[in-house]
Design a binder for this molecule. Structure first.
Ligand code: ADP
Length: 463
């Protein structure tokens, strides 16, 4: 097919030819050519004006009648226009559908622009967060949700873990905030009402705490009698002596489990804020080493301390002692006699914190167990753990204690080569001898959510 501009060029050539013939016949070539060209230009201008009018006023309707290159252009524009309108209609339908479906959601959905202002939200957001439409549109989100913990979570831009807070509308409602960054630093915030889950979790905690507490007294009595029996074991028939021994062992194990359960519930329910001691890690490791050597006895583990920093940790001495003892005693319990256990306390580069490493060269743990190791009652080898008097709660306690100190636990292990437990403490939990507590207090004030981390109910759901 001939391109349209070629057809138009041919037409112009014909018209010029026609004008030339008329000019030649009439003897006035210039006049004829000028007249014909003027007529052509007039037509072109007329179509241009129609095109302008059509585009301006009713481009949705059919284009005006025209011919030649103009007819072609009008049709092409009209087709483009129709296609564009159809696409726009489809997009509008999709947007409406998305808005209708998210409007029907029970969870709040909030879209925040790159300046941190509210762009769009669904109806649930009005009930859960108290946003008002349309007055709050364009308002800064942190002006509407003013809880300092939310503001610091929002500003930190690390949204890997959700945030759990009470609803600004009702103190009895617990909300879980989840934020995702998309596009050009825009954010999508999902807010879920988790009150029921939270209450169930609370009931679970209360139940465990109450049962453990109630079982403690009868067990103490049973243990007391068993100890008396054991004192007179030489007067008992041999069969009874063995039975008493076993009963004593098992009731001690039960007592250990109950003590660990009570410790865990205390860690879950109490605030660490009151306990801000400056803990000398070196001294603590020394005394843990002595206890571990006693535990090792004639198994003769080689226990070493490598102290590379004088940094102290701010927190609860009892809790940290219990966590680190758990790691070191585990290393004694789960490694063969004569194994080496090393405790290292060192700073991380660029003042990013410090790490306490407990490493052994024992049998190691298979990689498939590692993700579940800090779960309550999770044991790699049930028989062995029971044999060593393990409760299966030790690493859960370690995890909780570290969490209350804004620290994290990292476990690396290789079967046949050994295991390494690393407790990573953030800089804001450290202090150097002679340094004022100012450093710590300022850091905590700058990041209020960290000081609340211990009391974060959300974390308990992720165990
Ligand atoms: P338990 O009271 O049974 O020791 P923990 O929670 O302290 O429970 O430990 C969980 C499991 O992790 C243990 O049963 C043991 O199998 C494994 N474990 C812990 N520390 C070590 C270690 N240093 N080397 C090998 N296995 C270990």
């Amino acid at each position: 097919m001939t391109p349209i501009w070629q057809a138009e060029l041919t037409r112009i050539v014909y018209i010029a030819l026609f004008a030339a013939i008329v000019g030649w016949l009439s003897g006035s070539m210039a006049w004829a050519l000028t007249t014909v060209m003027a007529i052509y230009i007039t037509f072109a201008l007329r179509f241009l004006q129609r095109l302008d009018y059509w585009l301006e006023h009713n481009s949705n309707e059919e284009p005006p009648e025209s011919w030649g290159i103009w007819g072609y252009l009008f049709d092409k524009m009209y087709r483009h226009q129709r296609r564009y309108q159809q696409q726009q209609q489809r997009l509008t339908e999709i947007i409406n559908k998305v808005q209708r479906s998210s409007g029907a959601l029970r969870d709040a959905v909030v879209m925040i622009d790159q300046h941190g202002c509210l762009e769009w939200w669904n109806r649930a957001a009005e009930g859960l967060l108290g946003f008002r439409s349309p007055t709050d549109k364009g308002q800064a989100l942190t002006n509407l949700l003013r809880d300092p913990r939310f503001i610091s979570y929002y500003d930190k831009q690390d949204y890997q873990d959700p945030l759990v807070l009470t609803s600004p509308m009702d103190d009895n409602v617990m909300l879980e905030y989840q934020i995702t960054i998309f596009g050009r630093n825009e954010r999508l915030m999902l807010v879920r009402n988790i009150t029921r889950l939270y209450r169930l979790e609370q009931m679970r905690k209360d139940f465990v705490a109450n049962v453990s507490h109630e079982l403690r007294t009868p067990l103490t009595v049973i243990n007391g009698y068993l100890e008396t029996f054991a004192d007179y074991s030489d007067q008992l028939p041999p069969r009874w002596g063995r039975a008493t021994n076993q009963m004593q062992q098992q009731s001690r194990r039960m007592q250990n489990i109950i003590n660990d359960l009570l410790l865990l519930s205390r860690l879950e329910t109490t605030d660490i804020e009151g306990q801000q001691q400056h803990i000398e890690i070196g001294i603590m490791l020394e005394s843990i080493m002595q206890d571990a050597e006693l535990l090792s006895g004639d198994k003769e583990h080689k226990i070493r301390i490598d102290l590379r920093t004088s940094a102290q940790v701010i927190g609860s001495e009892n809790e940290l002692r219990s966590a680190i003892s758990n790691l070191v005693f585990n290393a004694v319990k789960y490694t063969p006699p004569g194994s080496t256990i090393e405790m290292t306390w060192q700073e991380l580069p660029q003042s990013s914190g410090a790490v306490l490493i407990v490493e052994d060269n024992g049998e190691g743990i298979d990689a498939r167990h590692l993700p579940r190791l800090t779960e309550r009652f999770y044991r790699v080898d049930k028989g062995r753990s029971a044999e060593t008097g393990g409760t299966g709660l030790g690493l859960a306690i370690v995890k909780h204690v570290l969490l209350r100190h804004n620290a994290k636990l990292d476990i690396k292990s290789e079967v046949g080569r050994g295991t390494r437990f690393t407790c990573i403490f953030p800089d804001l939990r450290l202090i150097w001898p002679g340094e004022e507590a100012r450093h710590h207090n300022e850091a905590l004030a700058r990041s209020p959510e960290l000081s609340d981390l211990a009391a974060q109910p959300g974390d308990n759901f992720r165990q």
